[in-house]
Design a binder for this molecule. Sequence first.
Ligand code: PSV
Ligand code: MN
Ligand code: MN
Length: 386
Amino acid sequence: MTDAVRAALRGQRIELPSWAFGNSGTRFKVFAQQGVPRTPYEKIEDAAQVHRYTGVAPTVALHIPWDKVEDYTHLAGFAKEHGVGLGTINANVFQDNDYMLGSVTNPDPAVRRKATDHLLECVEIAAAVGVRDVKLWFSDGTNYPGQDSIRARQDRLAEALQETYDALGEDQRLLLEYKLFEPAFYTTDVPDWGTAYAHCLRLGDKAQVVIDTGHHAPGTNIEFIVAFLLREAKLGAFDFNSRFYADDDLMVGSADPFQLFRIMHEIVLADALRQEAGIAFMLDQCHNIEPKIPAQIRSVMNVQEATAKALLVDHDALAKAQDEGDVLGANAVFMDAYNTDVRPLLAEVRQEMGLDPDPVTAYRDSGYADKIVAERVGGQQAGWGA
Ligand code: PSV
Ligand code: MN
Ligand code: MN
């Protein structure tokens, strides 16, 4: 049992977002930090530090055009030299004046063309560097009743998704992310998992849903969505983060570690932790007031802790209690696992992997933070204000 748990923890993979290393903030203020990356290359250097001390975060997701470079193959080579690889390519059709009334659902066909061309560019970039996943999130929606046809916008969305899907290579995937609201406040064109699921179902096997844990109405039972999509083989990825209110993008596992445990329990039950199961576990966070590299390290550790607890659930005892209708017994088995202190186990697993058992302290003692403050002047904003 413990050997299997340790092996699963050693084999776990968590993808880092390049944008977590840049300056970020709210719409009220971006607090610039010292030593932040000035280029996509420097974001990769920082991400490599997170992998160096955790050993389970070997890929970096890119956001285009925030991470636009002349030569993506060169960037991929640079990443490799730093012990990491490029991950999911995220499209960005939410930061251009032309997209005020929407990107792929805009009433103007010329704007829709421009947006879809960007999605196709992302598929091309992914193909050029051998990346499997292209992740799409649309800020599209309306603010006022009557502003546009809800139904026509679904048609336009379907058309753009189809064109993008048709451009995918054999081994590529289109990952569709939903979000309840913001920046649109009346309707959002992909507001929930049901909408994302229905579009992905029509598109085919290479289209799957992304669950961003910050994108639901308060109180939504996210593990239900996880269980449902897993059962339908339509769960492609997570964007992990924590929230107290809306899309707060705080460190995963900081607001509600129990929810994260419940989510990871569904993953373990479905045997979907294995990389071959094809679920991409990504972070989508910004660190507005805390230092970014240690925050990413902490986030990876939080996911590991929730995973370790989920792996410790006694499935035989749980199934027995469930079969017998033993409500309290089943809940007790579940809570026993959640209440286990898995930090010593994870420290051992790290040692088995040749790592320092305490990644946060090891990073702090490395002197890297001082080095980047001294070397980098004029770090860039991650790309957006929220
Ligand atoms: C939108 O809120 C989102 O979650 C999407 O994943 C974007 O790509 C990302 O945030 C940008 O931070
Ligand atoms: Mn997201
Ligand atoms: Mn978000």
